[in-house]
Structure formats: structure tokens, C-alpha cells
Write a protein that binds this ligand. Structure first.
Ligand code: FES
Ligand SMILES: [Fe+2]
Length: 411
């Protein structure tokens, strides 16, 4: 029998960590609090080192609405500055990427070097009377560090080091990234009408792989697929890399249309066809598909507006022919015209449309499928979703299933 309105609005009859309230995806106050308590206190992925390879190479970006610029300095160090002029606050670097010798603000032409020092003010002697001194006008620097070629920032100067933050969650990708000199060959942004967590968790909800025809054909119905355990890590990270017996999970690409198996151009350290995903809290997913690496990250703009970014990595110096094959294999699965990522956008937008008008009050994540050891959960368990919201609740200081204490207020 269909549920009544009252039943529909009542919390699901499952344990408390097995569902969240939809307001976590739609409420502007919760979004603002997430910026403060999560996004400005955890390590945020910016780009791959190959995108700032030369002295002066930069990428302008933003995080929690704050304009930032990440640049490689004359000493080869990679730094990030708040991208706003110390004079009257104009945004200084206005191109998304490029190379610069110094930063010049276009409003009154103040100049900054790549260390953030203010080095020139037109007719600057007029500041001698009232000040401030030029050395007090440098840009604000944001903590920046690199792990396995991935550049991260953290607004919180007191946060643990990047290496400690990632911890053992780096195991599935660090060695493989360090086996090659990698470079970004594919980049795209997609505006998604949905919440940043919903986007990220789509990468961590492998139960939905059934719905992608390509995943169903090449993976879900192949031997070993369900023998992969979730491996949870501290700080809200997790990964699924190997089968429970330690052997690699190999996707059978040739089962789909005219595709070929991925047994050449495979990154050193992976088996032919091998598939791995690592999820770094709060919103970076690192994928391997034997010959392709995808970095998937997002920038939250508003509760229902997320810019997701996809990067494809190849081996620097590989032949044009190899790059063409690798690129083709990448865009078969990922990118805006792919058989997978484009469908994920549709799933996220479909859920958001029902959450923002209150039609769907709860997001259910109660799947549990244990291995015989009764410890590890299989790949179609919602184990990571619950793990993510456990960390979210810890940092927010409120449970995701009742974030506004709406049930208490109603009593
Ligand atoms: S605001 Fe930048 S030079 Fe005036
Ligand atoms: Fe998907």
C-alpha cells in the first residue's frame, strides 16, 4: 500500500546512520556552515603539478567563494594566494590559467611578485605620509602542499599535514603516480544542478553501477566484481582497490560493443584492465581504469549548484599515437559526452530536483552486504556513504539525519 503523507515524512525505520535528511543538500544555512567547518578546514585539491610545471605557471580558482591563485614561484615552490589586491580589493589575476612574471592589478596597476610581495605602486611616494609601508601590503598566503603530484590547499594553518591527512588512503595511487611523470591531457568543467556531496557520493555509491549500461556490461556481471571490499580510512577517506584475496579487479572492456580490452598502455603497477577508486574527503575521487587516470573534484557554488571538474592524466613524452588511444579510452567513459559521467550528472540532478522542493525528505543508505568475515563490506554496500556522513557529522557537530533538529522542534 502507498504511504500516507505522514508516513512519507517520518524518518525511515532503520538505524540512525543509515539515512540523512534531504536538507543537507538544500539548506543555505547548512551550506554556509559546511564552508566554515568542513571546506575551510580540510585539504582541498587544486590541480596536478603538471598544470603549474614552469616558473610563473598559474591557475586561478576559488574555494568557498574566496578567489585564489596558485602559482609556481622563481624558487620552484608552489604557493597559493588570496587573489585580491591589498589596495582596494580588486581581483588581481583574472585569467583561469597561464604564465606570468608578476601579478599586476588592473585597477591602479599595483604589482606583486610570485612570492606575493607588493613590489610596485605607481607614484608610490604618496604613501610616505600616511603609509602603510609597501612591505606591509603583501598578499595573504594560503597553505599549499603536494602529495603524489597533486596540489592541495588548506585555509586552516593548524590542520594536520597533507601527508598525515591523506594517510593510508594514498596507498592505492601514490606509488602508481610516482612510477611515471604524469601530465594532464584532458580537462572539463560541468555545472551540475545538485549539491556537491551528492556529486561526490555518486562516485562512492557503486550500487548504481547497474544503471550504466557500460558498467553493467563490462564490470557488474563479470567474475570478482562483488568480491571487492570497501576499505575505510580515517578522516572520511576510503577506497576499493583489490579483491578480498588481494588480486586486482579487471574490467572486461571488450564485452561492450566494439571496445577493446585495456591490456597495453597500462600504467606501471596496475594489471591489465585494472579498476580502482580512492575517495579523499571531502570531494576528490581518484580513478584508475588501467590505461586512464581520472581526477574528479568539484567546487560547491550554492546548495544546488556545483561545478565538477574532470582531469585525465597521461604519461609525459608518450607518442602521439599512444596519447590518442589513451585519450579515446578516457572519453569513452568520462567527460561530457561519455557513457558514464554524463549519466551521473543526470542522476544527481534528478535527486536534487526532488529534494529541493521537499518531495523527498530522506536519502536512504542502508545497504549492508558483508563478506564472510562479517567485517568488510562488499562493493554494493552503502558503507562509504555512511562513513562519509559520520565524518561530516563529526566536523559539523550535528547528525546528518537530523541536521536542523527539526524532529525535536516538531515535538
Ligand atoms: S585595487 Fe588593485 S591597484 Fe588599486
Ligand atoms: Fe556513475
Amino acid at each position: 500500500m502507498a504511504r500516507t503523507a505522514e508516513e512519507h515524512l517520518s524518518p525511515p525505520s532503520v538505524q540512525g546512520d543509515a539515512y540523512v535528511h534531504s536538507s543537507v543538500y538544500t539548506d543555505p544555512d547548512i551550506f554556509g556552515e559546511e564552508e566554515e567547518k568542513i571546506l575551510r578546514r580540510t585539504w582541498k585539491f587544486v590541480c596536478h603539478v603538471s598544470e603549474v610545471a614552469e616558473v610563473g605557471d598559474f591557475r586561478a580558482h576559488q574555494w568557498t567563494g574566496v578567489p585564489l591563485v596558485t602559482v609556481r614561484g622563481n624558487d620552484d615552490g608552489i604557493r597559493t594566494f588570496v587573489n585580491t589586491c591589498s589596495h582596494r580589493g580588486a581581483k588581481i589575476v583574472r585569467e583561469p590559467a597561464g604564465n606570468m612574471k608578476h601579478m599586476t592589478c588592473f585597477f591602479h596597476m599595483w604589482e606583486y611578485d610570485l612570492f606575493g610581495n607588493c613590489t610596485y605602486q605607481p607614484r608610490g611616494e604618496a604613501y610616505e605620509e600616511l603609509g602603510p609601508a609597501r612591505e606591509d601590503l603583501s598578499l595573504r598566503e594560503i597553505r599549499t602542499d603536494v602529495f603524489a603530484g597533486l596540489v592541495f590547499i588548506n585555509f586552516d594553518g593548524a590542520a594536520e599535514s597533507l601527508r598525515d591527512y591523506i594517510g593510508e588512503a594514498g596507498e592505492p595511487f601514490e606509488e602508481i603516480f610516482n612510477n611515471h611523470e604524469l601530465e594532464v591531457f584532458h580537462y572539463n568543467q560541468t555545472h551540475v544542478r545538485g549539491n556537491w556531496k551528492a556529486w561526490y557520493l555518486t562516485n562512492c555509491d557503486l550500487y548504481h553501477e547497474w544503471s550504466h549500461l557500460v558498467n553493467r556490461t563490462t564490470s557488474v556481471l563479470t567474475p570478482g566484481y562483488h568480491d571487492r571490499p570497501w576499505r575505510m580510512q580515517r578522516n572520511g577517506h576510503g577506497y576499493n582497490a583489490h579483491l578480498i584475496d588481494g588480486s586486482p579487479f579487471q574490467v572486461q572492456y571488450k564485452k561492450y560493443k566494439s571496445w577493446k580490452n585495456r591490456d597495453d598502455l597500462v600504467f606501471k603497477g596496475l594489471a591489465p584492465g585494472e579498476f580502482r577508486v580512492t575517495d579523499i574527503f571531502p570531494n576528490l575521487s581518484v580513478f584508475f581504469r588501467a590505461t586512464c587516470i581520472r581526477l574528479n573534484h568539484s567546487t560547491p557554488i550554492a546548495p544546488g549548484h556545483t561545478i565538477m571538474e574532470e582531469r585525465g592524466l597521461g604519461i609525459k613524452g608518450e607518442s602521439k599515437e599512444d596519447r590518442r588511444s589513451r585519450s579515446k579510452q578516457f572519453i569513452q567513459i568520462w567527460g561530457p559526452f561519455s557513457r558514464n559521467a554524463s549519466e551521473d550528472c543526470a542522476y544527481v540532478e534528478a535527486t536534487h530536483a526532488c529534494q529541493e522542493n521537499g518531495a523527498n525528505p530522506y536519502d536512504l543508505m542502508s545497504r549492508v552486504e558483508y563478506f564472510e568475515d562479517q567485517v568488510h563490506e562488499r562493493i554494493h554496500s552503502d558503507a562509504y556513504l555512511r562513513h562519509f556522513y559520520g565524518e561530516w557529522g563529526r566536523l559539523m557537530g550535528r547528525p546528518a539525519n537530523n541536521p536542523r533538529n527539526f524532529m525535536a522542534a516538531a515535538e
